[in-house]
Design a protein around this ligand. Structure first.
Ligand code: AMP
Length: 192
């Protein structure tokens, strides 16, 4: 199995790259942000529980997030691997994931971090907010909060996998194709 954590700040291009990676490697793409947006669309009980966190740019509770992720993974038991996008978002989520994967007889193969400077992240997020109408992408204060949460809670996840020799950092600036090539080079080494 190839289990990839596609990692980087909000607006670093994870979603765009995931679409291309799915095509090339046949992996299942799971974005926890998308899972929450699906709950929002369905106006579900889960959405009622997490809305206040997400609208402020905070992380949703780990237990709810992990439950959603596992339910989504359970839908594709025969998958050759996963691209996790937006998960894990803190070290507790990473250790839960490691344990879960171990019980399934698999593990995280690699974490690829897209390195993008702050000012570029802000430009990209606000541009996307206008196109997609995402509330958490439009308000500068919420955007800043998401970047702060990324730095304080999420960035340590890359260090967690670095200690396991699984973190690969790549330049997240350039064209979509250039960045895709960089990711593929990393994956082609991991999969041989
Ligand atoms: P994203 O589309 O990945 O930027 O996620 C949008 C929002 O959903 C985040 O700002 C969080 O509020 C929430 N979210 C997404 N993934 C997670 C996660 N793994 N843990 C907690 N909250 C999450």
């Amino acid at each position: 199995m190839l289990n990839l954590i596609l990692f980087g700040p909000p607006g670093s291009g994870k979603g765009t790259q995931a679409v291309k990676l799915v095509e090339k490697y046949n992996l299942i793409h799971i974005s926890t942000g998308d899972l929450f947006r699906r709950e929002k669309k369905n106006n579900s009980a889960i959405w009622a529980e997490v809305q206040s966190y997400i609208d402020k740019g905070e992380l949703a509770p780990d237990s709810i997030t992990f439950r959603l992720l596992k339910a989504e993974m359970d839908k594709t038991p025969d998958s050759v691997g996963y691209i996790l996008d937006g998960f894990p978002r803190n070290v507790d989520q990473a250790t839960s994931l490691d344990e879960f994967m171990k019980n399934q007889g698999t593990s995280v193969s690699v974490l690829v971090e897209l390195i993008v400077p702050d000012h570029e992240v802000v430009n990209r997020i606000t541009g996307r907010g206008k196109i997609e109408g995402r509330k958490d992408d439009q308000d500068p204060q919420i955007v800043q909060n998401r970047i702060d949460v990324y730095k304080s809670q999420t960035a340590p996840v890359a260090d967690h996998y670095d200690q396991l020799g699984k973190t690969k950092r790549i330049d997240g600036l350039g064209t979509v194709e250039e960045i895709f090539d960089r990711i593929c080079k990393v994956l082609d080494i991991v999969t041989v």
